[in-house]
Design a protein around this ligand. Structure first.
Ligand code: FBP
Length: 554
């Protein structure tokens, strides 16, 4: 990385993240609460995680004694896609370790979980940490999408951690990575290996959340960064008045990012995948609704506008659901045969091998979609970031508008441009919220380690309030697990929290969206601000604000 720093980077490097009161006091202690059990498949999960189930919720409260510890070595690993604030999480871990005992050490595993089981790491010194405070990205130690799952991988982790004399491993990741942390913790507990494993909730997708973890880190910065970009496109659209912009936003299956951007910016149309599933909307119904808006805007003399599309959309469209199930099965059962074929033949092979309607649907898709649909990541997730859903929608909307024009029902001009905003936001410098939140998560993780805890994810509540009032603690990972079919097998995973159409954020969007269709009601979010009034710089997301007002988290 470049040694040169921008003026903003230099000043921002000196920002001291805010900590909640209990942590700031230096006397945080753990208070046990109720025992929590999984909402579904409780018995199966108890059998798979006998040593990690039946554990209580933990809350960090201000105690009487300063937090101290014997010198210890802790390892940290970043897992999955980057999310703004990862470096601050590591800085929080470092500072908390040193505050408890200046002789403690922090080791960073390189390039994701593989760094743990293959023993690739570096010691994180005060100088290294100082370079990365309040910066975006995961480049301090790198990340990766490998899993820690097989016996060999678990044995590799144990070997590395024992060689280092590590007391604990902190896994910074999303639902899949925290699940892996639970597997590792259970394995160590079962064999009396004295190494603790703690998870931190990371993902810009905002889908690793529940009543104990109100937000995953990185969502705030990523959504605000995209909101600024989408608002800029809205203004360009209203200025040039000649394009429809179809903007796909990252977020994997969940539409939290799209919904948050819609609430912040009020573009003309936003698709929410979870609503599509709830109302069983077919692709042609979605397209008809978009075309209806385009016709109405044309009548008002507006042949431009902005349409936001969540990247996971196709997985929620009812006619695509059996298709994805068939495809998933095929890709995993006949992978070797497929891999041996050149692309063109592979697509024909897939179309022929898929049953009935699924085969026809696959055959009807553009080649770029056909290709991407065959790729999954190491966790069995579809690589939706590469699915050009926005282009597919443009083609489909255009075809429908031509039919309407031929029938004399549409007289406008349709010129559309595709965009995809994802990588533009995942490594943005963290907002004050994420800078504070990540630092706090890291700081809290160390308190859990000192408290002797393992198999927990750091929990965070009251996040819509100022940082001083956040309530941190720990939630047993096993209590957040459910059973899902991945790569054709039933496996324990943390359930992804999708947008709930009954919750306050979607309800607020649904109540307002009709008036955004023909009016240009755009709100210009503006770039993230780091210096200035708290209402500008420290504001939580609309999602958190609305949920907190509706007392979603009680
Ligand atoms: P995770 O936080 O779950 O790792 O994913 C974040 C994300 O940005 C998703 O929104 C996106 O679909 C995916 O990563 C893309 O990552 P990749 O480029 O590795 O496919």
């Amino acid at each position: 990385m470049s040694q040169q720093k921008s003026a903003l980077q230099q000043v921002r490097g000196t920002y001291q993240p805010k900590l909640p009161k209990a942590l700031k006091s230096g006397r945080a202690t753990l208070q046990s609460g109720e025992v929590v059990t999984p909402a579904a498949h409780a018995e199966t999960i108890a059998k798979l995680f006998p040593h990690s189930t039946g554990k209580p919720l933990l809350t960090l409260v201000e105690g009487d004694q300063p937090v101290t510890s014997a010198p210890m070595t802790v390892g940290v690993v970043l897992s999955g896609g980057p999310a703004p604030g990862g470096h601050n999480a590591i800085a929080g871990i470092f500072d908390a370790l040193k505050a408890a005992n200046p002789a403690s050490r922090l080791v960073g595993f390189l390039n994701g979980p593989k760094g743990v089981f293959t023993g690739k790491y570096k010691e994180l010194t005060a100088e290294i940490i100082a370079e990365y405070r309040n910066t975006g990205g995961f480049d301090m130690i790198g990340s990766g999408r490998d899993k820690i799952e097989t016996e060999e991988q678990i044995a590799g982790c144990e070997k590395t951690l024992k060689e280092l004399g590590a007391r604990a491993l902190i896994v910074i990741g999303g639902d899949d990575s925290n699940t892996n942390a639970a597997i590792l913790a259970e394995n160590f507990l079962a064999r009396n290996v004295p190494i603790q494993v703690i998870g931190l909730p990371k993902t810009i997708d905002g889908d690793m959340r529940n009543q104990f973890i109100e937000a995953s880190f990185g969502f705030d910065t990523a959504a605000k960064t995209y909101a600024n970009l989408v608002a800029n496109v809205c203004r360009d659209s209203a200025s040039a008045r000649k394009y429809y912009h179809f903007i796909k936003l990252m977020g994997r299956s969940a539409s939290h990012v799209a919904l948050e951007v819609a609430l912040q910016v009020q573009p003309n149309y936003t698709i929410i995948s979870e609503e599509v599933a709830r109302r069983n909307l077919t692709l042609s119904q979605i397209v008809d609704d978009i075309c209806d808006m385009i016709c109405r805007r044309a009548e008002a003399g507006k042949n431009y506008g902005v349409i936001v599309v969540p990247e996971g959309l196709l997985q929620f469209v009812p006619e695509f659901q059996p298709f994805f199930a068939d495809l998933n099965k095929l890709v995993h059962e006949r992978k070797a045969e497929m891999d041996a074929l050149p692309d063109k033949e592979k697509h024909k092979f897939v179309a022929d091998a898929l049953p009935g309607h699924s085969g026809e649907l696959y055959r009807s898709l553009p080649e770029t979609l056909q290709e991407v649909l065959l790729i999954t990541d190491s966790h069995g997730n579809l690589t939706v970031s590469q699915l050009e859903t926005e282009k597919f929608l443009i083609i489909t909307v255009k075809a429908r508008l031509e039919e309407l024009a031929a029938a004399g029902k549409y007289k406008g001009k349709f010129s559309a441009l595709p965009h995809f905003f994802g990588y533009e936001g995942r490594c943005a410098p963290p907002t004050n919220f994420d800078a504070d939140y990540c630092y706090t998560l890291g700081y809290a993780a160390v308190q859990l380690i000192i408290g002797g805890v393992t198999g927990y994810t750091v929990s965070a509540r009251n996040l819509a309030a100022p940082a001083e009032q956040w309530v941190m603690g720990g939630v047993p990972v096993a209590s957040m697990l459910t059973i899902e079919t991945r790569k054709g097998k039933e496996v324990p995973v943390i359930e992804k929290a999708l947008v709930d159409p009954d919750d306050a954020p979607f309800q607020a969007f649904a109540a307002a969206r009709e008036s955004w269709k023909v009016e240009d009601a755009y709100i210009f979010a503006g770039p993230v601000q780091y210096f200035g009034p708290a209402e500008v710089c420290d504001a939580p997301t609309k999602t958190l604000e609305l949920e907190s007002k509706a007392k979603r988290f009680g």
